[in-house]
Design a protein around this ligand. Structure first.
Ligand code: KG4
Ligand code: ZN
Length: 328
């Protein structure tokens, strides 16, 4: 069985064909992405109207490339992101998927973008997640902890009360004069500092709500904290920029990990699934790998950590198609 996935929720236009093999695992046949990121770099962020116009230009070539020499007979269904996202961008994907569904007489499967992100973890055929699972979805607009009893049986257990983790990366990156896209660029600057100064993080920035019993976060205060630090210097040097980047990253990563581990200790899931664009962050990946096996108390958690390949963390259509296999 093969599903064509289409993803157009922001500035990436994605189309992917995923096949379910007889042993039940998923195989990526194609995964094509066009991005209008360079255009948004010029304006320092995504202008929704511009992103939607780029979606219109890219959608047909991207789908054609994803389908390659397959014909509609080879495709069993079309999976499409229906939200959350930028309305203009989403409409381009949804209308295209509806047209193809009508022409090809194939069912259309609507997928929530955030649930889709989680299914990037089902694209590793060697290590499929087991239930119950706990998922941390960290994207540009959302930071959510989700308990998954099974496919389709999901419960929200906590999330950000203001800015998302990705948004905190992006906004502090801008304050540090780092180019768009802020998150990955801040991650690169932070890595330079950590490589040169291992174990020298001073915990300069706050970790709000870290002692709060809920599984919620608050990241909006980081912007003010970074702005205050910058005000103290007449000019932020390259080395200071790297240091501040490492400190911001550590504050975000520590907050995410602390609550995740507490949730693991409470819910005792078989799997912990990292998902969303921020899952591409190397420090978050490394620290989770180090911390999850032993929890906060040092006792073994028996929770297996699943992290998608870096290229499958940020927006793409492979996980949208993957999610559709498990949506009845
Ligand atoms: O899931 P995603 O690709 O798009 C949304 O659905 O929002 O997530 C994008 C977010 C952005 O905030 C971006 O800065 C962040 O993920 N991001 C990163 C990294 N790569 C992407 N943040 C920190 N480190 C990274 N390496
Ligand atoms: Zn996303």
């Amino acid at each position: 069985m093969k599903i064509l996935g289409i993803e157009t929720s922001c500035d990436e236009t994605g189309a992917s064909v995923i096949e379910r093999l007889p042993n039940g695992t998923l195989k990526i046949i194609t995964n094509v992405i066009a991005t209008s990121s360079d255009m948004h770099a010029k304006t320092g962020g995504v202008i929704p109207e511009n992103a939607a116009r780029e979606q219109v230009k890219s959608i047909i070539p991207v789908i054609k490339e994803a389908i390659q020499d397959l014909s509609e007979k080879d495709i069993d269904a079309i999976a499409i992101t229906v939200g959350p996202g930028l309305i203009g961008s989403l409409l381009v994907g949804v209308e295209t998927a509806k047209t193809l569904s009508y022409l090809w007489k194939k069912p259309i499967i609507p997928i929530n973008h955030l649930v889709g992100h989680i299914y990037a973890n089902w694209l590793n055929s060697k290590n499929t997640p087991e239930f119950p699972a706990l998922a941390l979805v960290v994207s540009g607009g959302h930071t959510d902890l989700i308990y998954m009893k099974n496919h389709g049986k999901i419960k929200y257990i906590g999330g950000t009360r203001d800015d998302a983790a990705g948004e905190a990366f992006d906004k502090t990156a801008r304050l540090l004069s780092l180019p768009y896209p802020g998150g990955p660029n801040l991650g690169k600057e932070a890595k330079k500092y950590i490589d040169e100064n291992p174990n020298k993080i001073l915990d300069l920035f706050p970790r709000p709500m870290i002692h709060d019993k809920s599984f919620d976060w608050s990241f909006s205060g980081l912007k003010t904290a970074v702005a205050r630090q910058i005000e103290k210097s007449t000019k932020v040097s390259e080395k200071e920029r790297q240091m501040f980047s490492a400190e911001v990253q550590e504050a975000i990563v520590d907050s995410l990990i602390e609550k995740s581990i507490r949730a693991i200790e409470k819910y005792k899931p078989k799997s912990f699934l990292l998902a969303g664009g921020v899952a591409a962050n190397l420090r978050l990946r490394e620290k989770l790998q180090a911390r999850i096996p032993f929890g906060n108390s040092g006792k073994l958690t028996h929770t297996a950590l699943h992290i998608p390949e870096i290229s499958l963390c940020t927006d793409n259509a492979a996980y949208i198609a993957a999610a559709a296999f498990f949506t009845s």
